[in-house]
Design a protein around this ligand. Structure first.
Ligand code: GDP
Length: 449
């Protein structure tokens, strides 16, 4: 890790400015070789100098160079950022000059990986950097920034501190049982402590799974027979939010997709091909596709025409969606009601020729996904499968410890489970890690980050 890395850290394309970033022991001497201006080895840390990048007597660009000395930098190493004019050719030439002067092209995510390996940020914070870059909604951004500020890391540390306290009092009792003045850890006390941690960890896992919609949005599918008002409903939802509608070539008719932000949370809505029994092969493919989309969806909106009696197709749709999180929209409420639906949950009445019922529908979505509650918890959640599966492992370790305790197993067996729990939690924030996992994780980052 001693070599000096370089990459273009801004998006590739034409812009006013692009930044070429260097990090490592040689960052300043490499920049100095190609910079005509002040001697960068003599400038103060965290200052900007004006000059030119010159390579082989050719002036490549007019630049501003920031020098940031270790350890107060993103990677904790010496960092130089060259602000070039944003053309693709000029920026690449500056990068090339750095490479020819001794730097190595950074791998994807290598700057962040160094920040992690050098102890500047932990693993959850590293992942939050990526989440922040990739966030598609304001809520996703809030979640990422909370992670980056260390909220979830602090919570995990707190769990680990509690475990450490419990473990050390168990050990004191094993090692020095003859001391009167130390608190005796009875099995009851251990059981109470373990139970408390179990509950807290279980809640965190549950809330984190719920909160995944903050980051990933809610995949919503509108389904129903032809002519019940699905497109009208989608348009009504999109129109209000002034979202962009994209057409994806479909089979019987186009499948239309759009995105809206519901209280800052991304709702990706797909209007499917109308479902009806058909002998037309091409149309059947469309219908099958609509049905398969139900499987993938987080939320299904079933639209029924309240002006008609419930048909066999409607019944089939209701049966196919009964195990999904769903809202039933009784549309065309302006017309005479002829529908007679069985007692079903989450029914909203709309008239998509007007606004009627649209607010109720949105409120229903917020309620079903607990959006208000998720947002009120300071965004302290585990945000990806890696973190959640390790938390589940830690929870399992606590369950094992509890079982051992109930079975009157020797105390060192219980200690073993608690230590494993301690390690699983440590893995979440990267206190213990394997090189393979770290390499995999950072490879998903973009180059230059
Ligand atoms: P889709 O095939 O399910 O997507 O249905 P559309 O949105 O294309 O609507 C089918 C027809 O029903 C159109 O003529 C709409 O104007 C009409 N329609 C949609 N919503 C309503 C409604 O709430 N009330 C009435 N009266 N007509 C509606």
């Amino acid at each position: 890790m001693n070599d000096t890395i370089v990459a273009i850290s801004t998006a590739l394309g034409v812009g006013a400015i692009s930044i070429v970033r260097l990090s490592g022991n040689e960052a300043i001497s490499i920049a100095n070789k190609i910079f005509k201006g002040k001697d960068l080895s003599k400038v103060k840390s965290h200052t900007i100098s004006y000059g030119h990048i010159v390579y082989n007597d050719e002036t490549i660009d007019e630049v501003l160079v920031s020098v940031m000395l270790a350890p107060k930098t993103f990677t904790t190493e010496d960092v130089v950022e060259i602000n070039c004019h944003g053309g693709i050719i000029a920026t690449n030439k500056v990068l090339e000059a750095c490479l020819l002067s001794g730097a190595r092209l950074a791998e994807a995510g290598e700057f962040t990986k160094r920040a992690f390996l050098n102890g500047r940020i932990d693993l959850v914070e590293s992942e939050s950097v990526m989440d922040l870059i990739e966030s598609k909604s304001d809520e996703a951004r809030k979640l990422a920034i909370s992670g980056l500020k260390g909220n979830i890391s602090k919570l995990i540390e707190k769990f680990r501190d509690n475990l450490k306290d419990l473990l050390s009092s168990i050990e004191v009792n094993i090692d020095y049982p003859e001391y009167y003045d130390i608190e005796v850890v009875t099995k009851e006390k251990i059981a109470t402590d373990i139970k408390k941690m179990q509950t807290e960890l279980q809640n965190l896992i549950k809330e984190s799974i719920n909160s995944s919609h903050l980051k990933n949005g809610i995949k919503t599918v509108i389904i129903g027979k032809p002519n019940v008002g699905k497109s009208s409903l989608l348009n009504r939802l999109l129109q209000e939010e002034k979202a962009i509608v994209t057409n994806i070539a479909g089979t019987t008719r186009d499948i239309v997709e759009g995105e809206i932000y519901l209280d800052g949370i991304l709702l990706n809505i797909i209007d499917t091909a109308g479902i009806r029994k058909t002998n037309n092969l091409v149309e059947k493919i469309g219908v099958d596709k609509s049905l398969s989309m139900i499987e993938d969806a987080d939320l299904v909106i079933v639209v029924l025409n309240s002006n008609e009696e419930l048909s066999s197709e409607d019944k089939e749709i209701l049966a196919k969606t009964k195990n999904k999180l769903r809202i039933i929209v009784l549309n065309k409420s302006d017309l005479e009601s002829k529908i007679n639906i069985p007692n079903l949950d989450n029914v909203v009445t709309t008239n998509t020729l007007t606004e009627e019922g649209i607010i109720s529908l949105k409120e229903k979505i917020k309620e079903l996904f607990n959006l208000e509650q998720i947002k009120s918890k300071d965004y302290t959640y585990l945000t990806n499968t890696r973190q959640i599966s390790l938390a589940k492992k830690a929870y399992q370790n606590l369950l094992d410890a509890e079982t051992s305790l109930q079975n009157d197993n020797p105390i060192d067996m219980i200690e073993l489970d608690l230590k494993e729990c301690f390690d699983s939690l440590g893995e979440i924030i990267g206190i213990t890690y394997s090189d393979e996992i770290i390499d995999n994780l950072f490879q998903n980052f973009c180059v230059g980050k």
